[in-house]
Design a binder for this molecule. Structure first.
Ligand SMILES: NC(=O)c1ccc[n+]([C@@H]2O[C@H](COP(=O)([O-])OP(=O)(O)OC[C@H]3O[C@@H](n4cnc5c(N)ncnc54)[C@H](OP(=O)(O)O)[C@@H]3O)[C@@H](O)[C@H]2O)c1
Length: 325
């Protein structure tokens, strides 16, 4: 098969299309003939040499795909050859074929194009597990999403809106904020011109955000704690603004607030299967009803993976970027 390989970490041209051996499904895995692969910020980090795949997993990038099951390993009971599916992966999605544990596979939601389903697994699983399973966002509460127009952000806005929460977002341009508003965000903060702490406090009668989904890490830590409401939950999922910062524990203590940081890729198989099952139960019906949709910004042939990565790093995109083998 053809796959995107990374012979040497580096800039976008480090992604090289190559002929490699077909993967064989192990026990409990299915093999998928890929229709589309989602591009994620983590793939950029992996390409640059800062986010190695876990031992034993595919060395090629790609954390999610859609496609058709073309082989099943021993003991697989839930999927058959010919099923149209999408899947959450630890790697290997930038390829014509990829294997996935059967618990990380989902059906293509009814009414959604096969290609577009590749834009769902990583964002749906990340948002559902963090915002709802971990931070327990409730109807009527306020969620602040940093990077509201990112792949993650576009899903977080829609799911929070669907449960009846209020959504505040940060983004770096008026166009991006407009897109967030169209998805259901009510409080729009241009982080280049406005202070999100002030804006979120003003919009919540001084209370602050009940849950914050953060992609920035260190750079926003102190201000995120300031922006939290009493009993608030700050969930850090990205470190785009660095890893080390001081925290004022007194501010946290007075608010009885929590700071949590998580990574999806490193979780054990059983935990991922639990998340995937919850996504199927809670998110899939919303997609099938046409209430939540994947926001697809662009599609590139697999061979043009370097162009797709440059597009992500230039950050002009709104939503997801797909690669098509
Ligand atoms: N922990 C996990 O399990 C997990 C899983 C998936 C994703 N993630 C993380 O989630 C984040 C989004 O991932 P993605 O794949 O959706 O990437 P993406 O589409 O490239 O999003 C990155 C976003 O960062 C925004 N940004 C840059 N500087 C900012 C700032 N100072 N304040 C607020 N936003 C800023 C960009 O928006 P502007 O252009 O508006 O600046 C862009 O929308 C990444 O940090 C990724 O690592 C974590």
């Amino acid at each position: 098969m053809k796959a995107i390989t990374i012979p040497q970490p580096g800039d976008a041209d480090a992604l090289v299309l190559a002929e490699v051996p077909d993967p064989e499904p192990a026990a409990g895995e299915v093999r998928i003939r890929v229709a589309a692969a989602g591009v994620n910020r983590a793939d950029v980090m992996q390409r640059r040499g800062f986010y190695d795949p876990p031992p034993g997993s595919s060395p090629y990038p790609g954390l999610e795909v859609s496609g058709t099951v073309d082989a099943v390993g021993e003991g697989v009971t839930r999927w058959s050859v010919g099923d149209e599916v999408c899947a959450l992966l630890v790697g290997g999605g930038y390829a014509e074929l990829v294997c996935a544990p059967e618990g990380q596979v989902l059906p293509v939601p009814a009414g959604l194009a096969l290609e577009d389903a590749a834009a769902l697994p990583e964002v749906a699983c990340t948002v559902w597990s963090n915002v709802f399973m971990t931070a327990n966002l409730l109807p009527g509460q306020t969620l602040l999403v940093h990077g509201g127009s990112s792949g993650i952000g576009t899903m977080a806005i829609q799911l929070a809106r669907e449960v009846g929460a209020h959504v505040a977002v940060t983004a770096g341009s008026a166009e991006k904020l407009e897109a967030c508003k169209d998805l259901g965000a009510e409080v729009l903060v241009n982080y280049r011109e406005q202070d999100f702490v002030e804006e979120v406090r003003a919009a919540t009668g001084g209370a602050g955000a009940d849950v914050i989904l953060d992609n920035m890490g260190a750079k926003y830590l102190a201000r995120n704690v300031d922006a939290l409401a009493t009993n608030g939950r700050l969930v850090v999922i990205g470190l785009q603004g660095g890893t080390k910062a001081e925290i004022d524990l007194n501010a946290l203590l007075r608010k009885r607030a929590a700071v949590i940081a998580t990574s999806l890729r490193a979780r054990p198989l059983a935990e991922k299967a639990t998340i995937v099952a919850a996504v199927r139960e809670h998110v899939w019906p919303l997609v099938e009803a046409g209430r939540v949709r994947p926001v697809v910004h662009s599609r590139h042939p697999l061979a043009d993976a370097p162009a797709a990565h440059r597009e992500m790093e230039e950050s002009g995109h709104i939503g997801k970027i797909l690669l098509l083998p």
